[in-house]
Write a protein that binds this ligand. Sequence first.
Ligand code: UD1
Ligand code: UDP
Length: 387
Amino acid sequence: MTKKTVALVVGTRPEVIKMAPVWFALRDSAVLEPFLISTGQHREMLAQAFGVFGLKADADLGLMQPGQTLPDLTARVITSMTATLRAHRPAAVLVQGDTTTVLGSTLAAFYERVPVGHVEAGLRTYDFDAPWPEEMNRRLTDPISRWCFAPTEWSAENLRKEQVPGAIHVTGNTVVDALLWVRAKLQRANVSAEAVAQRCVVPATFTRDFLQTPGRRFVLITGHRRESFGQGFENICHSIAELAKRYPDLGLLYPVHLNPNVQEPVRRILGDNPRVALIPPVGYEDFIWLMDRCHFVLSDSGGVQEEAPSLGKPVLVMRSTTERPEGVTAGTCSLVGTDPAVILREAAKLLDDPADYRRRSALRNPYGDGSASRRIVETLEWALAAN
Ligand code: UD1
Ligand code: UDP
């Protein structure tokens, strides 16, 4: 029997991380097989994520341009994806998350009449300005999708209220599958601080003081949201500089996203502080190793909010609202926006109040149990076998 092909679409770092477990589950299917399409919305950061999982795109649209704009990228994703779907005619297309790759590819599949499955469906802030443009991307993707794979009961309920026409399946988030896979790999490999520091280009003094010296605390930082560009990022950087000033024993480790709107203020404001280590984006495995060892995380990332509860690491979420309220309810995440006074106040609680820290670092992940990919593939096996 020939297997039916399911196209998995990825374009940015988090899409690769969250789609990799689905690729593995499809590879092991008796009736389906994966066909990996990269839009190449990201380049270096995508290659880094592919490398960790040993994946290679079957079709690479190679779309990234420095400083790309939303309308231009969206148009090019639709045009290139349409041609790729026409050439390969998969039985279904899977998209993940809320990027321009997701919206453009979903529209292309719709125009080509290929059914779409949306992995991580139903996340909502109900604020079209935050995250921008991602909230609109997923609001437009879900009604087009034949299968909405909701990570949690809360996200499924959002879809039911919106009366999306597709089938809603609660699966858990595939990021938990990816995290467990990487943690097992790290445990087997018994990775050393020196090896991580070398791969991640962490400066020697920071490595010695914070990665090799037990008990020294460091904060892991990431940030890239478009709605924070400009004043928001200036505020974030000044908060980090102020944290370093107020806590002379604290390290701050920041793998800086490659978006030029992020690079510029971060390097200008934080560039010459020896306890603030600015490093290039790091591979997923190394990022999890670093998250496992940090005191807490300061981040506006979606994926990091979902991973932190499995590692028991509090996250100060530099956003005004979140489409992932489960982490806030669990106590792991708290919303601090980009106001320095709030960031410093909340950071102080985690640094100065051991009882509060203990409460916030309890291990409980509301986003999944590590079997999301298997559930997604089983659903597709049933649905596509019938056609
Ligand atoms: C995109 C997604 C965002 C996701 C994030 C993950 C959209 C609208 N945004 O934001 O939802 O959370 O990825 O990181 O889809 N660049 C490089 N090399 C890379 C990647 C980016 O140089 O490997 C630079 C380029 O100049 C590029 C710019 O960053 O033009 C912006 O990339 P883009 O994918 O448009 O936006 P992100 O901010 O990365
Ligand atoms: N991540 C990584 N290297 C880094 C920073 C983050 O591998 O230097 C991982 C992180 O663990 C998470 C994902 O990338 O799984 C989040 O990506 P990002 O913050 O770019 O996007 P978002 O999740 O906000 O869409």
